[in-house]
Ligand binder design. Structure first.
Ligand code: ADP
Ligand code: MG
Length: 236
């Protein structure tokens, strides 16, 4: 579903991605686990078609991201690290705005909004201004808005930050449902325990490179043999 080959990105003269390689299979949750500043958000923005000037090859569901970023935006659901919402709209207005932009038929939109809003139990906030809501509620709105067009791929950048345990559980169930449908998720986090419960495979990203990759058990094994210990310590 996703192929990343020798991905490099510079901001000015500073190279923040130094040749990233990974693939994500259909129905897989792939974790990008690394400390702050390691390059997770930059990678996620590239996968979502937001940053388009980079070197290397990035394919998402058969689409070459550097050639057709607009197409990538159509097939991907992206949840940024900080929710990017219209603070002066209500959630109801915002979802209907997303439905318009994404050209989602009205009846389908209403059904999806209702299902997701009910799942998160945020129906009572539907007519309040987004700007007045808590970070956690905004995070839920952000996730819902990323799911409304039924994307094939979800790019979740630290998306579980700020969620209470119950919401985190609901969130997890939604993501597991999503991958049961054969869809793929890239899940970035700086929290080892979160990657452990959420991800099928994990790439440890450190200073712009994937320094190790595998299941959590495989990574623990590698950490004992090699010098991953220090990086692991930063992630717990
Ligand atoms: P992470 O999400 O793992 O914390 P980021 O991808 O946000 O890492 O950042 C990686 C590096 O790139 C950091 O050193 C950060 O300061 C730098 N960086 C990120 N975005 C920009 C930008 N728009 N302009 C300049 N430097 C940036
Ligand atoms: Mg980040």
């Amino acid at each position: 579903m996703i192929i990343v080959e020798n991905l490099r990105k510079k901001f000015g003269s500073k190279e923040v991605l130094k040749g990233i390689n990974f693939t994500v299979n259909d129905g897989e949750i792939y974790g990008l686990l690394g400390p702050n500043g390691s390059g997770k958000s930059t990678t996620m923005r590239i996968l979502s078609g937001i940053i388009t000037d980079f070197e290397g090859k990035v394919m998402v569901a058969g689409v070459d991201v550097s050639r057709d970023p607009m197409k990538v935006k159509e097939i991907v659901g992206y949840v940024p690290e900080t929710p990017a919402l219209y603070e002066s709209l209500t959630p109801a207005e915002f979802f209907s705005f997303i439905g318009g932009v994404r050209r989602i038929p009205q009846d389908i939109l209403e059904e999806r909004v209702k299902r997701l809003v009910d799942a998160f139990g945020i129906g009572k906030y539907m007519n309040q201004l987004i700007g007045t809501l808590s970070f956690g509620t905004k995070q839920k709105i952000s996730l819902i808005s990323a799911l409304l067009h039924d994307p094939q791929v979800l790019i979740l950048d630290e998306a579980m930050n700020g969620l209470d345990p119950k919401s985190a559980r609901i969130f997890r169930e939604l993501l597991f449902e999503f991958k049961e449908e054969g869809k793929s998720i890239v899940f970035s986090t700086h929290i080892l325990a979160l990657a452990e419960v959420m991800c099928d495979r994990i790439g440890i990203i450190y200073e712009g490179r994937i320094v190790a990759e595998g299941t959590i058990d495989e990574l623990r094994e590698i950490a004992r043999e090699e010098k991953l210990e220090d990086i692991f310590l930063k992630l717990t």
